[in-house]
Structures are given as structure tokens and as C-alpha cells.
Design a protein around this ligand. Structure first.
Ligand code: SF4
Length: 356
């Protein structure tokens, strides 16, 4: 017997057909979807207005979810990192970041990551596989269930493990489901997808409806330096910037460029100058992210930049006419850097040799 498919993998039409096949009425598919996505029920019993016979038939074929939260690390500042166990035993991370009235959720798009940035724990063992539509959506459902009182997820960022542009066939339907007014109802303006720079896929993403925010992890404007930081980078910076510029022209949404700053690697005056030269002509914001040291990468000799160096870098960009934000550190006491919770899990399972 094959194991039941998770309901979160089905689009509206497929769920409607499944409900009809199980003896239900088409409108009941909408009711069921509302229970799952709006009310977050984890059991068919919680669907009060759905007949018992239909629930029993559906339950025999469709689980409501295919993943579960296996571990949660809560930092002193309220940042909570979840380790989500998937149906096939793989794991991903998502992070809930409360900040006054705002709560940002960072989700993963792949198991592992093929990009291999030298400063990131997520890319250490390559990519295992793409996440499915349901596995992306379920990260949001798991996070929603952990929020207390009136707190709700106000912003979603696809900046966790993986390269989202290499999983658009799952990501775009997942984002549509999260945006759906009858479901989680998350405004597209509150959803940001971050890429390390794939111009063709960025153009495809620009065709998505509705329009989401785009962030590009640039890290350096000089191609040679960038290739040292992002060894798999195939596209020249000028092509990535051109794709971001086209995104703005097409969508009217300013692109954010992210720069993870590493002491004496890409935080020097000439690195700031190169960014001003590369980005000065397009409407954008540069988000500076002082690197979080990662135990597993200690041998690389990479260091977090001094506050004074970050301030000076930001000032140089501003003097060059760029808008700049500096990300403050969150959840520093709980494996805050991307991918560390999963690495800990792999280590405990003796699985650190896992590669694609
Ligand atoms: S920083 Fe992002 S793109 Fe780079 S290896 Fe980590 S998860 Fe992948």
C-alpha cells in the first residue's frame, strides 16, 4: 500500500477532485482548505463542518501534513529556530524572528544548498533535493502554530537553506497558496525571495503573479572576489545587476542587494567603491549583514568585521548615493547562522557525509 499523499501537495483543482472522488461536494474542498491553511488544524477531527464519512475517506488517502517539527531552539531575544523533519527523513530549518509588532519567518526552499558560499553552513554538504510545494507551505503552518496570542507572521522571507531560483516549480505554487485570501492570506508585498543570482530564473520569477519582492545576495561587486565567496557563481555581476534592474522595470519593486561582510575580505574601501559603481544607477537598497561566525567554518579563518568597519563601509555606500541598512544580529545564542541546527542534527545522526 502506498503511503497517503499530504493534502498540502494538492492545488485547489486537485483537492476538489479528491473530495468529489471521496463522495463530497466541490464546495467542501474550500472548507477543508480553510481548516488546514487558515485555522491550522492538524487532524480531520478538527473540521467541524465537514461530514464524518467524507473525513474518514479522505483521512484514509490524505495526511494533512507530511512533516513535523522535531526540535526548536528559542534564543533569549525571542528568535526561534525550528528543525523540521520531512517524510523521507531529511530535515530543513525555518526561523521565526519577532521584532516589536513584526514577525518575520525565514523558510528553506531546498534540502541543503548547491551554491556553497564559503561563509555558510547550509552549503557545506551540497544539495540533497528540492522541497515540494507542501514542504514549503508546511514550514509556515508549523511556525504559525507556535505563535502566542495575537502575534501573526507579518513577513515571509525565502532566505533559509537552498537557492530558491533553482526550485521555482515548487516555490511559485507554494507562494500562491500562502497568498491565497481564503487561506493564509499573506500579502505579496510582505514576501521576499532571495537569490544568489541566476539571471534566467530571475526573469522567470519576474513573470510571477502576484509580484513578490526580490533580494539578491551579491556579497561583492568584483567578479573575481565574488567567485571566491560564491565558488559556484557562473554569471558575471553585471548580468545579475541587469536582471535585478529588469525586475524593477517589470514590477516596479526595488531590489535589495545583500552583502555578508567578512573582515578584511570584502569590507575594504575598494569593495564599497566597487558596489557604488555597480549599483549606483539602479533604485535599490543594500543590506549589510556582518557575518555570524560558524563553528564548522572556524578553519577558514573568516572573521566577523568590527563595528567601526561596518559603519565606515555603510557610510561609503551612502556617500555614493546608495540606500543602506545594516542587519543586527539575532538569536546569537542558538545556532543562529543558517544551517547550523541541521548540521547538528546530521552530526547526531552520523550523517555528515551526506552529499548530492
Ligand atoms: S548563503 Fe544561501 S545561497 Fe549561499 S550556501 Fe548558504 S543557503 Fe546557499
Amino acid at each position: 500500500m502506498t503511503s497517503p499523499t499530504a493534502l498540502t501537495e494538492l492545488d485547489d483543482a486537485a483537492l476538489r477532485q479528491r473530495v468529489i472522488d471521496c463522495g463530497g461536494q466541490p464546495f467542501q474542498a474550500r472548507q477543508i482548505a480553510q481548516w488546514v491553511y487558515r485555522h491550522g488544524v492538524t487532524d480531520y477531527d478538527g473540521m467541524k463542518n465537514v461530514p464524518g464519512a467524507l473525513k474518514n475517506r479522505l483521512a484514509a488517502e490524505l495526511s494533512l501534513r507530511s512533516s513535523q517539527v522535531e526540535n526548536a531552539d528559542l534564543a533569549a531575544d525571542g528568535t526561534e529556530k525550528l528543525l523540521v523533519r520531512l517524510r523521507d527523513g531529511q530535515s530543513v530549518e525555518c526561523v521565526i524572528i519577532p521584532d516589536d509588532a513584526r514577525t518575520t519567518l525565514c523558510v528553506s526552499s531546498q534540502v541543503g544548498c548547491p551554491v556553497g558560499c564559503v561563509f555558510c553552513a547550509s552549503g557545506m554538504f551540497g544539495v540533497i533535493r528540492n522541497l515540494t510545494v507542501g514542504e514549503i507551505v508546511e514550514q509556515v503552518l508549523h511556525a504559525k502554530a507556535r505563535l502566542k496570542g495575537d502575534r501573526r507572521i507579518t513577513n515571509l522571507v525565502v532566505m533559509g537553506m537552498g537557492e530558491p531560483m533553482l526550485n521555482l516549480p515548487s516555490l511559485l505554487p507554494a507562494l500562491r497558496r500562502l497568498h491565497d485570501k481564503d487561506g493564509i492570506d499573506m500579502g505579496a508585498r510582505r514576501i521576499t525571495v532571495s537569490t544568489s543570482g541566476y539571471p534566467r530564473q530571475m526573469a522567470e520569477f519576474a513573470e510571477a503573479d502576484p509580484s513578490y519582492n526580490l533580494a539578491v545576495s551579491l556579497h561583492a561587486a568584483d567578479d573575481e572576489l565574488r567567485r571566491k565567496l560564491v565558488p559556484t557563481a557562473k554569471h558575471p555581476v553585471k548580468d545579475i545587476v541587469a536582471a535585478a534592474s529588469s525586475y524593477f522595470a517589470h514590477k516596479g519593486r526595488e531590489v535589495t542587494f545583500e552583502v555578508v561582510l567578512l573582515a578584511q575580505v570584502n569590507d575594504r574601501p575598494q569593495d564599497a567603491e566597487a558596489l557604488v559603481f555597480a549599483l549606483g544607477a539602479i533604485p535599490c537598497t543594500v543590506n549589510l549583514i556582518p557575518w555570524n561566525p560558524v563553528e564548522e567554518l572556524a578553519s577558514t579563518g573568516l572573521r566577523r568585521p568590527h563595528v567601526a568597519a561596518v559603519d565606515a563601509f555603510a557610510e561609503s555606500l551612502r556617500a555614493g548615493g546608495l540606500k543602506v541598512t545594516v542587519r543586527r544580529q539575532r538569536g546569537a545564542d542558538q545556532s543562529a547562522a543558517c544551517g547550523q541546527l541541521r548540521l547538528r542534527d546530521l552530526r547526531e545522526r552520523g550523517d555528515t557525509a551526506a552529499r548530492c
